[in-house]
Design a protein around this ligand. Structure first.
Ligand code: ZN
Length: 142
């Protein structure tokens, strides 16, 4: 009971939209499958194609290239083609990840952005409070 409420409290500090979380998980899974699958498939292909397969420096480069391709291709597909469902309740658009570290999902329809990581704490204080009551001195009234 206590533990549950503590968890909930921690979650309220920063929540990642379920659709974005799912998209991140799926993209990560495909990157893993591609990163492992492409080089392993390459080795298997050589093993079956040539009876006497001896990995040399060229194969090592190919192996590395396939690993990178296996990771990058799914990442690009998820980044530019798939996208996550926009977490905004009144929007049916798709949010695509932008940038890196942290990745921010930006919706194509409503242009809202959804960071995947909590905002960085700078100088010990969180993001500036958006209180409109504190009007600037430059605000002139006629
Ligand atoms: Zn949207």
């Amino acid at each position: 009971m206590n533990l549950e409420s503590m968890n909930r409290q921690a979650e309220t500090e920063f929540t990642l939209a379920p659709s974005i979380r799912r998209h991140l998980k799926l993209a990560g899974a495909f990157e893993l499958v591609g990163g492992v699958g492409a080089p392993v498939g390459f080795v298997c292909y050589h093993r079956f194609a040539t009876a006497d397969f001896r990995p040399g420096p060229l194969e090592a480069i190919e192996f590395l290239a396939l690993f990178l391709l296996g990771v990058m291709v799914p990442r690009m597909i998820f980044r530019f083609l798939v996208g996550a469902k926009c977490p905004a309740p009144d929007c049916r658009g798709r949010a695509f990840p932008k940038g890196a570290n942290p990745v921010i999902y930006v919706c194509k329809s409503c242009k809202r952005s959804f960071p995947t990581e909590p905002p960085e704490q700078e100088d010990g204080c969180l993001t500036r409070p958006p209180d409109s009551t504190r009007s600037g001195p430059h605000k002139s009234t006629h």
